[in-house]
Write a protein that binds this ligand. Structure first.
Ligand code: SF4
Ligand code: SF4
Length: 188
């Protein structure tokens, strides 16, 4: 994959519709990426992923939707924005990753990191419910959906005993606004 991307470094070809879709959704000018690799050099999770952040932008430019949407990189991205601050072309790659995850879910593409995707969905579901993350209900939902029921059980118990996990969720005041944001994202 890495060589395929590197060898195509100087010729932007392929289906532009996909690039346009991701640019619109993320609000980023992906065409301006010139493959300097600064994003990848600073990314704390790139070493664990199947492709690097600059390869993500390259595949989008080339319209290689399937390759990028099934990659583990878009799900391993933690949104730290290190890449964003390093990019000389001011591409906010964290937003690009977010848009790619959204399209991946909409198209029902199997992720290279299924549990990361399940965690991501459980996190969003918790935010949608109360406007904040309530760790116990979020992890409960994640455990049920992933069927990973017993890993970290002792750590969870330890955190609970130390008072790190609230029993009741804390709700934000205007939850309707939060629901509207989720509805808008679903329709777009
Ligand atoms: S926002 Fe994502 S892609 Fe960018 S440096 Fe952080 S983890 Fe890597
Ligand atoms: S730092 Fe910016 S210009 Fe350089 S490869 Fe990454 S996204 Fe492209």
């Amino acid at each position: 994959m890495a060589n395929a991307v590197a060898s195509d470094r100087l010729t932007v070809t392929g289906n532009k519709d996909f690039q346009t879709e991701i640019e619109k959704l993320s609000g980023q000018n992906i065409a301006s990426c010139y493959q300097c690799g600064e994003c990848t050099a600073g990314c704390p999770v790139a070493y664990t992923a199947d492709i690097t952040p600059n390869q993500v932008t390259r595949l989008v430019q080339l319209g290689q939707a399937d390759d990028v949407l099934k990659s583990s990189m878009i799900w391993l991205c933690v949104g730290c924005e290190t890449c964003t601050t390093r990019c000389p072309r001011k591409v906010d790659l964290a937003k690009v990753m977010d848009a790619l995850r959204e399209v991946s879910v909409k198209r029902g593409i199997a992720s290279g990191e299924p549990n990361v995707r399940t965690f991501h969905e459980s996190f969003l579901s918790a935010v949608q419910r109360s406007g904040r993350v309530h760790e116990i209900s979020m992890i409960g939902e994640y455990k049920l959906r992933s069927l990973d029921l017993f890993s970290d059980i002792f750590l969870g118990a330890k955190m609970f005993l130390k008072g790190k996990l609230a029993i009741m969720p804390s709700m934000i005041k205007n939850r309707d606004e939060m629901k509207k944001i989720f509805c808008t994202r679903k329709r777009s």
